[in-house]
Design a protein around this ligand. Structure first.
Ligand code: EPU
Length: 427
């Protein structure tokens, strides 16, 4: 297995370009199943999850081609869906495979999708996706680890009034896609308002879907008979951008982050400003971040958008280890998302965990050692800790980070970090 080796202590300087959003590209690609026509998608990040999604769509019978250059351009043509199945082998490596369930039910009225299990950060059930589809007329059983769903009498899903019990990002996306081809009107309440949901709405609308309420908690979808091919560019990855903002700040550097969407980073910028980090919005797609001589602590609670994203919690924790005072970090979205904390403690951080609260006392002089990445964002938090630690930090199991960060080693090296990937074999 590959590892990263980081020699910390270098301030980052220069400019880094942000890739397309993984969590936008995933539903956008799944949405291509809704039409027989060709869908062209641009700005797809070169990360493993998107390769997995293209394999999944190809398994179902879609033609997926990736341009030579730029390799971020995909063409997907699901003229027929020959196999409405998401097999365990693919779902086990990427839970977001569940995003094919809604489109399959809408397009072919039948689907067999492996039940995603829990993962390192929590149990992550999909009950809300299933009850919503049932309200739209689907019959669903789970058996032998698979969700077996069908619309009776080879019919169409029908519009329904659904109030999500809890805000769910992929749940909102799945049911939104299902509703585009359903008979009649669907009203979805308590929807996720993440920019990735809004990006999906924008794409679906270009395909001919009738949707109102983007960016709000209530989406109204009037089902249509047919959707068409389109051309779509996914939004910039706000979590990758946020990770580089912390990289610039934690190393007391001066970074310009380009190709990003500052309007999606409001909560992260506001929180980091409270710790003393300085920002300049150069233009609509460019942010400059500069560290502070002294960072100060600030409490943070993760929330659904527009609040502070859970996907930035580990990175913020790395920053908090360098801030003077006590920062209380409360994780409200996932029940087990502090696995990075114990690894940071092994590097010298002063962090104690009490249920969903982590108390970080800083500043701590971190020292490099070997640490284990446990999930995608935890890995990013450990890379950031490694950038300020003395000596050498070795991060094991970086296959987690390869799921969602395009060329992170090359991008960090480009702004002066001393980081390299060491290829390993076996486990
Ligand atoms: N939940 C339920 N039942 C459901 C669905 C969700 O109880 O049917 C609970 C979850 O267990 C969790 C909460 O609701 O406690 C929110 O989960 P949500 O469904 O919003 O998460 P998700 O859609 O599975 C997406 C992102 C995650 C991100 C979360 C929260 C994608 C592909 N994934 O997951 O991204 O952390 O929203 O913002 O969009 C990542 O990129 O590293 C990542 C984990």
């Amino acid at each position: 297995m590959d590892k990263f080796v980081i020699k910390g202590g270098k301030a980052l300087h220069g400019s880094v370009a942000i890739s397309g959003a993984k969590n936008s590209a995933l539903p956008v690609m799944a949405a291509a199943l809704l039409t027989t026509e060709k869908v062209s998608v641009h700005n797809i990040p070169k990360v493993r999850d998107l390769i997995t999604m293209s394999k999944l769509l190809a398994f179902m019978g879609a033609k997926v081609s990736i341009a030579e250059l730029p390799a971020s351009d995909y063409e997907i043509e699901a003229t027929t869906v020959s196999d409405a199945v998401a097999p365990y082998e693919l779902v086990k490596t990427m839970r977001a495979s569940i995003l094919t369930l809604g489109p399959l039910m809408a397009r072919v009225g039948v689907a067999r999708v492996s039940l995603p299990g829990g993962c390192a950060i929590g149990a992550r059930p999909v009950d809300l996706h299933l009850t919503a589809l049932e309200k739209m007329g689907a019959e669903i059983i789970t058996s032998h680890g698979y969700i077996e769903a069908r619309v009776p009498n080879n019919g169409r899903l029908k519009g329904a009034h659904i109030v999500f019990e809890k805000i769910t990002v992929t749940g909102t996306e799945n049911i939104l896609m299902a509703a585009t081809l359903a008979k009649g009107e669907t009203i979805l309440e308590n929807c996720a308002r993440e920019p990735e949901v809004t990006d999906l709405v924008a794409m679906l609308r270009k395909m001919g879907a009738q949707i109102e309420g983007d960016g709000t908690a209530t989406l109204r979808i009037r089902g249509v008979e047919k959707l068409y091919g389109t051309d779509h560019t996914v939004i910039p990855d706000r979590i990758e951008a946020g990770t580089f903002l912390v990289a610039g700040a934690i190393t007391n550097g001066d970074l310009t982050v380009t190709n990003c969407a500052p309007e999606h980073l409001g909560a992260v910028i506001a929180k980091m400003q409270e710790t003393g980090v300085r920002f300049d919005e150069i233009d609509k797609t460019t942010l400059r971040v500069r560290g502070a001589k002294k960072l100060v602590s600030s409490d943070m609670t993760t929330e659904e958008y527009p609040g502070f994203a859970t996907d930035m919690q580990a990175q913020y924790m790395a920053l908090a280890t360098q801030a003077e005072g006590t920062s209380v970090i409360t994780e409200t979205i996932f029940e087990n998302r502090f696995l990075h904390a114990s690894e940071m403690v092994r590097m010298g951080a002063n962090i104690s965990i009490d249920g969903r609260r982590a108390v970080v006392r800083g500043p701590a002089q971190l020292s490099g050692t070997t640490v284990q990445a446990s999930d995608l964002r935890a890995s990013a938090g450990l890379v950031l800790a490694g950038l300020v630690a003395s000596g050498e930090t070795i991060i094991d199991r970086v296959y987690h980070i390869d799921r969602g960060y395009e060329g992170i080693v090359e991008k960090l090296r480009g702004v002066g970090a001393n980081i390299e990937r060491v290829h390993g074999t076996g486990s």
